[in-house]
Design a protein around this ligand. Structure first.
Ligand code: BTN
Length: 273
């Protein structure tokens, strides 16, 4: 049985990391692990706390979308981390954490995973998972960030059937990516370790040390895209990201720097939005 036992997870996390873990909780059912951690007291600077759920009744995605994952079929994990300073550039952090997730999967012998700016985890041309990074509100000296990772591990056939029937975006699960899928506990440990490493590295040097790795996993690079953002719609060729993690798009007229927006492919407008 593919359960999530908090003691197993805690004991498997590396000792150095465990020393920085304030609380790790597993819920059978919860509205959203991100919402839960946003309501909890912030961990002390340099410390983190984790919430995992077998099932979320109101899982949330970026741009007010929902995140759906049937019971026991995926990883629903959130981590709260407190930075020692306030000036953290969240868009770049999401990209860095995506690289962390890829690294965690690689350590579990799962390769070929890409990232679609800013927060989609892509495999076989479909959405394997997503990242939702949110800052805790409140006047503090430090900044606490909650980042949530949703990964499809073993989706029921009904979900794939729904995808076909409704022509919703293509979804992919880890079972499709490897003959030997890790347990959700193994996955949790690997993801927690990677996320924490990324938080610490990002805190020290921002997005710059992640930039080269991003180039290797950038799914949009060179593709014709449409960006729907606060300033309206623009179309052009995706040309990587800058040192802050902003998306660069070459239009017919100019080069633009995008810090927020929804991206679709010009060739497949309904694809992986
Ligand atoms: C997206 O694709 O837009 C982001 C999806 C993020 C889903 C995860 S699951 C754990 C955490 N709790 C949530 O409500 N959302 C994130």
């Amino acid at each position: 049985m593919n359960t999530l036992d908090p003691d197993n997870i805690r004991q498997t996390i590396s000792r150095a990391l465990g020393a920085r873990l304030e609380i790790l909780e597993v819920f059978e059912e919860i509205e959203s692990t991100n919402s839960y951690l946003l309501d909890q007291p912030a961990p002390p600077p340099g410390w983190f706390r984790v919430a995992l759920a077998d099932y979320q009744t109101a899982g949330r995605g970026r741009l007010n979308r929902t995140w759906q994952s049937p019971p026991s079929s995926g990883l629903c994990l959130s981590m709260a981390y407190t930075f020692r300073q306030m000036r953290v550039k969240l868009p770049g952090l999401t990209l860095a954490l995506g690289i962390g997730v890829i690294d965690a999967l690689r350590r579990l012998d799962i390769s070929g995973i890409r990232l679609k700016w800013p927060n989609d985890i892509i495999a076989h041309g479909g959405k394997l998972g997503g990242i939702l990074t949110e800052a805790c509100q409140g006047a503090r000296k430090n900044l606490t960030v909650v980042t949530g990772i949703g990964l499809n591990v073993d989706l029921p056939d009904a979900m794939h059937a729904l995808e076909k029937a409704t022509m919703m975006n293509k979804i992919v699960d880890l079972k499709r990516c490897t003959d030997n899928p890790p347990s959700r506990e193994q996955l949790s440990v690997a993801v927690i370790e990677s996320l924490f490493d990324c938080m610490v590295k990002f805190e020290a040097d921002g997005f710059v040390p992640f930039h080269d790795e991003w180039k290797k996993v950038d799914w949009l690079s060179g593709r014709q895209i449409i960006v729907d953002g606060a300033d309206g719609r623009c179309a052009g060729t995706a040309d990587g990201v800058d040192d802050d993690g902003a998306l660069i798009i070459q239009t017919d007229h100019d080069r633009r720097r995008i810090i927020n927006g929804s991206i679709t492919l010009q060739s497949a407008p309904g694809d992986i939005a």
